[in-house]
Design a protein around this ligand. Sequence first.
Ligand SMILES: [Zn+2]
Ligand SMILES: [Zn+2]
Length: 218
Amino acid sequence: MVPWLALCAHMLWPVSCPVCGAVAELVCGPCLRSLFRPQPPRCLWCGELAPCKVHKDNPVRVRVGAVYQGVMKDLILMLKYARYEAIGFQIGEALGERLTRPEADALVPVPLHLRSPRRYNQAGAIAKGLGSVWDIEAWDVASWVEDVPSHAGMGAAKRLSLSSEAFAFNEDISGLRVAFVDDVCTTGATLSRLARAAQNHGAEVVGAFAAAHVPPAY
Ligand SMILES: [Zn+2]
Ligand SMILES: [Zn+2]
């Protein structure tokens, strides 16, 4: 059985923390916090280690809480595929305690893809947890307007050529300071496209956050 399925089965009976084994906890707060190891910040625009040489005039960073592996990966897979939405809020809370609060008016989660069968936005659940710790509104205001494939494996040149018109904003975001939230950052291309779209709509982009990233492809 693949690890995350084993974890899900284990959690059906008895429910216990996958880290310390404490019963009656999906995952306990201290154990969840212990999983976070903030990663070196990256440039939101190009994905290079920050500060990058190219975007000195508009330095915006992506902050990531952990590497996408082990129990952290299992928890995110449960959040995405096993309908444990509540874990997203807990992940967001723990992430918010480990990372520095941005001076933002709103935390905007990366929206679900147009064809996603999911009934909730996992990035939105994380944004709500982050927002509760940072006292910033989580605002699920963006939506995809383009049915796009994954950006995984795309080179830097290719991802920079991607249009920012893939996103629409359902409310007026002009004049607001916004930060973006995703569950897993792979190439960083989705976050940078969303950020450029927000700039095109008059927002000031002040940061981006992800619970975990996949470092080799990033
Ligand atoms: Zn525990
Ligand atoms: Zn850059």
